[in-house]
Design a binder for this molecule. Structure first.
Ligand code: GDP
Ligand code: GDP
Length: 494
């Protein structure tokens, strides 16, 4: 899973070549999530591959305000969220500019983090410029690599240096090795009953979404209007504060509520921060609430954030907020039917989403949302108006339900009875790609993880996996949570 990959963060002042370097490192390959439109727009995270190893790369550019007067501590503060999770950091400078006080300040702050730090002196397009790179030694960063991000010179060397110091994560091999081999005896000893794991004492909730969709408003409703104990408690990082709400005997911890209320200074910064925050908040959560603005429909950035939610293995609830605006709009259109204003709106209503909005039909609207976020087909959708405090009870009930589902465990014997009854002939998979499932077992919860033991050592065909997942959901539910399926060829008995 990409989540377990070590991360390399790229930092530096505007225009030094961070995004050029990022593109060099991650190439033009598409994100893992699929072919949903807009998902690769303005990429912040990507995966770099080098001699069989993979690392995640994050470009902190854009999180940093493009402000000339800017003090580096501000650059640092904004980029910090992305830096905290990094295994190594590359500071980029422009060899064609004079070394200035802000660079010194930034390197000082970065050195203090105590993480492996590299200095990429960029725009060294020819050998004559290499001498200039030496001037940057004054920044005190030992690992200095002259590069030309644009032409690719030195980038491989930089990556090699980085790979030497960061942990070798993300190899699927090691992941598979940790899985238990289930013996026939264990299988029969396994209780036939589907057990629920002991409920954890609290459910951790992340509220995610792009700027202005109503995350803070919803948070206020969830933590404020209930008759509950709300206690701010320090979160995992120094400036993060969680709020805990108790309701019907259950505790809900809203992750980093200060972060949810924080706004970026510019639109671009706010957008990028929303992606960084979503990833960060999900890390600490069981359930994420993905908030979408009903008046705008699913945008590219929504799909981007949704993709990270899906990959993270956290449960997802889609909240379509500001439904009041859609209702008001539809009402207005009905009143004005036949007028020039209506004609104008009619012309604007060409997209399918607009058609759904026009009728304020939740069923139709939900279909459109699902069409745009196909990979989240397991996520419940709730329509709400946070500003009016609507559906707050329903949201809590849904959190409770999906939190339970993600911890559900199916016994191996039950799983095997299920496998016997699945008609795999119905999965449209080419004969050559078919495998025989010998047996199947759930090895983990949160998210539910299944291991298939098969007769052949082949990667499961996409359609086959999809089919199997649908059948599992039909039989056992697992609402709101992704399901992970791993395949292991059965070792031949001697
Ligand atoms: P960022 O703001 O740090 O992300 O910088 P960009 O990646 O957008 O690059 C800023 C400018 O520097 C762009 O015009 C790039 O084409 C240019 N640039 C980036 N790398 C190089 C390089 O290696 N050599 C030269 N000559 N220009 C570069
Ligand atoms: P955030 O950036 O996602 O935290 O969004 P905010 O909670 O700050 O909300 C952005 C704007 O949308 C504010 O002006 C809110 O008053 C408004 N807003 C939030 N929820 C609703 C809603 O349900 N209906 C309407 N009409 N406006 C809303």
């Amino acid at each position: 899973m990409s989540e377990s990959l070590p991360t390399l963060a790229i930092v530096g002042r505007p225009n030094v070549g961070k995004s050029t370097l990022f593109n060099r490192l991650v190439g033009r390959r598409r994100a893992i999530v699929g072919d949903e439109p807009g998902i690769t727009r303005d990429r912040l995270y990507g995966t770099a591959e080098w001699s069989g190893r993979q690392i995640r790369v994050v470009d902190t550019g854009g999180i940093i305000p493009e402000d000339k007067e800017l003090i580096p501590s501000e650059i640092f503060r904004q980029a910090k969220v992305a830096l905290e999770e990094a295994s190594a950091i590359v500071m980029v400078v422009d060899s064609r500019t004079e070394l200035a006080a802000p660079d010194m300040e930034l390197s000082r702050l970065l050195l203090k983090m105590g993480k492996p730090l590299f200095l990429a002196v960029n725009k060294v397009d020819n050998v004559e410029l290499e001498a200039a790179a030496e001037n940057f030694r004054r920044l005190g960063i030992k690992n200095l690599v002259p590069i030309s991000a644009e032409h690719g010179n030195g980038v491989a060397e930089l990556l090699e240096e980085v790979l030497k110091v960061i942990p070798d994560g993300g190899s699927t091999e090691t992941e598979t090795d940790e899985l238990p081999e289930v013996s026939e005896e264990e299988e029969s000893a396994d209780s036939a009953q589907t057990r629920m794991s002991a409920p954890t004492s609290e459910t951790k909730v992340a509220i995610i979404g792009r700027p202005n969709v109503g995350k803070s408003t919803l948070l206020n409703q969830l933590t404020g209007t209930t008759r509950s104990i709300v206690s701010p408690i320090p979160g995992t990082t120094r400036d993060a504060v969680d709020e805990v709400v108790e309701r019907d005997g259950h505790k809900y911890r809203f992750i980093d509520t200060a972060g949810i209320r924080r706004k970026g200074k510019t639109d671009l910064m706010a957008e990028k921060l929303s992606v960084v925050m979503a990833r960060k908040h999900m890390e600490a959560a069981d359930v994420s609430i993905l908030v979408i603005d009903a008046s705008e429909g699913v945008t590219g950035l929504d799909a981007n954030i949704a993709g990270y939610a899906h990959e993270s293995g956290r449960s997802v609830i889609i909240v379509v907020n500001k439904w009041d605006t859609v209702v008001a709009q539809a009402h207005k259109m009905r009143e004005q039917a036949g007028t020039p204003e209506a004609e104008r709106m009619e012309r604007k209503s060409r997209s399918k989403m607009r058609v759904a909005m026009k009728s304020a039909d939740q069923g139709e609207y939900e279909r459109r949302v699902r069409e745009n976020l196909k990979f989240l087909d397991y996520a419940p959708v709730i329509f709400t108006s946070a500003i009016k405090g609507q559906k707050i009870d329903k949201i809590f009930e849904t959190i409770e339900r999906v939190a339970k589902e993600r911890r559900k465990r199916i016994s191996t014997s039950e799983m095997n009875r299920f496998i016997e009854h699945v008609d795999f002939e119905r999965a449209s998979v080419p004969i050559s790609k078919r495998v025989r499932i010998l047996y199947m077992t759930q090895t983990n919860v949160a998210p539910p993880t299944f291991v298939l033991f098969t007769d052949k050592d082949v990667k499961l065909h996409f359609a086959y996996e999809r089919f199997l997942e649908n059948q599992i959901r039909k039989a056992f539910g697992f609402e709101g949570t992704p399901i992970w399926i791993k395949v292991r060829p059965r070792h031949k008995k001697r």
